[in-house]
Design a protein around this ligand. Structure first.
Ligand code: GLU
Length: 488
């Protein structure tokens, strides 16, 4: 019987959720869920120098917000805990000692300064450095005696023999390397902490992870990890290395270089679900042209065989487009609920906010565009009369003035301002009476009441939103400006 599929997301708590990491978490989740398996969260905090306060909460919050619910993890427990590496320390030491007995590792007493000196020397000569550790020739008995006597030590991997070693990756295929080029890296540091190189193997084994899914920067170290699995005689997991997420052809997306994290994107007005949908397509493609997916649809469609080897470029314009699709696919009520606090913050006049939401919904792609789109509601901006002249609408200052005067007197007589329809009926009757095209009336009216070239909604909806008094005042101002210009 095939084993139950188990994947893990193993972030280091850095204080933000990198987009590339979230994409990897999504792939891990989808691989597990596609097979009805488990998705595990493990916190890799053994690099104590890099710990950031509150950083694990950001991980929990992000996973929760996007709906990647883990089945086991530090906050919810499970049968394979603890799920935080710093709580697993005694175990790594025990396993490392066992690996020494098995011949897969050895105690090393070399001073770091000496190794560093050799590394620098090699660097200055331009040759690649590989430490040839004399300690691997010390007998186990002697090494143990030195450890017992309190001499500082690390535990280092032992790579025996020469020739090729290989492993199979689901995305990159068979990777073969000459053992000669593999470093005998440190597994347990002198402070007793494991390195990532060791902890990932022990944890993945202990947590019964069947598919190790991670960034392709680990591809070159995987042959070494594989040798350790073999030394223990453990089942080798299925390796799924995923391509990097790039900002452009040459640079990886990196929070450290100022690129947006998940939290930054949300703050910039992107919806968590749209972000998740977009990043699913970074390095993975479905069999069809479909681009908009719910998480359930992704679970159904996701196949490892469609993960690409090529780096994926993060295209903010594409995300912006997709976010707009998500906004437009909402019901007006959902959309209103989502933006009402931003509206209340941006508009201080008593207006029908639901109608404001209605005119915004088809027009914006991110929530960050709202404030600027509705700024004219509070105050009419200064504008130039040149704006009344629109080639396509066939308006001139004379036509605009005529249109505004007619609209002003008709609107002044309108008693019922309680719905868009009454304003609509009234304004739409005017062009015929004035023998004008619709645009020749509506363009000047919209210009007068918004002072802007581009606005969500048209003259009718905006007049209704502003209310009678404000609409008339703004039209008066427009008339005044046009008269002043024509009388010059
Ligand atoms: N803690 C590692 C990282 O954040 C995890 C790598 C892995 O998934 O094995 O890069």
């Amino acid at each position: 019987m095939a084993k139950r599929v188990r994947t893990r997301f193993a972030p280091s708590p850095t204080g933000y959720m990198h987009i590339g990491n979230l994409r990897t978490a999504l792939f891990e989740y989808l691989i597990a869920k596609h097979e009805g398996g488990d998705f595990i969260l493990r916190i890799e905090d053994t690099d104590q120098g890099r710990l950031v306060e509150g950083a694990t909460d950001i991980i929990y919050d992000t996973l929760k917000t996007v709906g990647l619910q883990h089945d086991e993890g530090p906050d919810i427990g499970g049968d394979h805990g603890p799920y935080v590496q710093s709580q697993r320390l005694p175990m790594y030491k025990k396993y490392a000692e066992e690996l020494v007995e098995l011949g897969g590792a050895h105690y090393c007493f070399c001073s770091e300064e000496e190794i560093e000196r050799q590394r620098k020397e090699a660097d200055s000569l331009g040759i690649s450095f590989k430490y040839d550790d004399p300690c691997k020739h010390i007998s186990l008995e002697e090494a143990k005696a030195r450890v017992a006597a309190g001499e500082p030590y690390v535990i280092r991997q032992t790579i025996k023999g020469d020739g090729e070693t290989y492993f199979d990756d689901e995305v990159y295929g068979r990777i073969e390397v000459d053992k000669d080029v593999l470093d005998e890296q440190i597994l347990i540091k002198s402070d007793g902490f494991p390195t990532y190189n060791f902890a990932n193997i022990i944890d993945d084994h202990q947590m019964e992870i069947t598919h190790v899914v991670r960034g392709n920067e680990y591809l070159s170290s995987t042959p070494k990890y594989n040798l350790i699995y073999q030394a223990y005689g453990w089942d080798i997991p299925t390796y799924v290395h995923v391509p990097p997420v790039m900002k452009d052809e040459h640079h990886k997306l990196s929070k450290r270089n100022g690129d947006a994290s998940f939290q930054d994107l949300v703050a910039k007005g992107y919806l968590p679900q749209a972000i998740l949908n977009y990043i699913a397509l970074l390095g993975w493609s479905p069999e069809t042209e479909q681009e908009i997916y719910t998480l359930d649809e992704l679970i159904k469609e996701f196949k490892i065989s469609r993960i690409s080897k090529s780096p994926a470029i993060f295209d903010i314009d594409k995300l912006t487009w997709m976010n707009g699709v998500y906004l437009r696919n909402m019901s007006l009520e959902e959309f209103y609920d989502l933006i009402k606090d931003i509206l209340k913050d941006s508009i201080h006049r008593e207006v029908d906010l639901l109608t404001v939401a209605k005119i915004l919904q088809p027009r914006i792609d991110t929530l960050a565009q709202i404030k600027e789109s509705v700024d004219f509601i509070d105050t009419l901006p200064e504008y130039d009369t040149a704006m009344y002249v629109h080639k396509k609408m066939k308006t001139t200052p004379e036509i605009a003035l005529k249109a505004l005067q007619a609209a002003r007197s008709a609107l002044a007589d309108l008693q019922d301002w309680s719905s868009e329809e009454s304003v609509h009926e009234l304004l739409m009757a005017l062009p015929k009476q004035l023998e004008m095209k619709n645009g020749q009336l509506l363009w000047p009216v919209r210009t007068a009441i918004t002072g802007k070239q581009f606005t969500p909604g048209g003259a009718i909806e905006i007049a209704y939103i502003l209310g009678k008094e404000e609409t008339l005042a703004r039209i008066d101002k427009g008339i005044e400006k046009l008269e002043a210009e024509l009388n010059q």
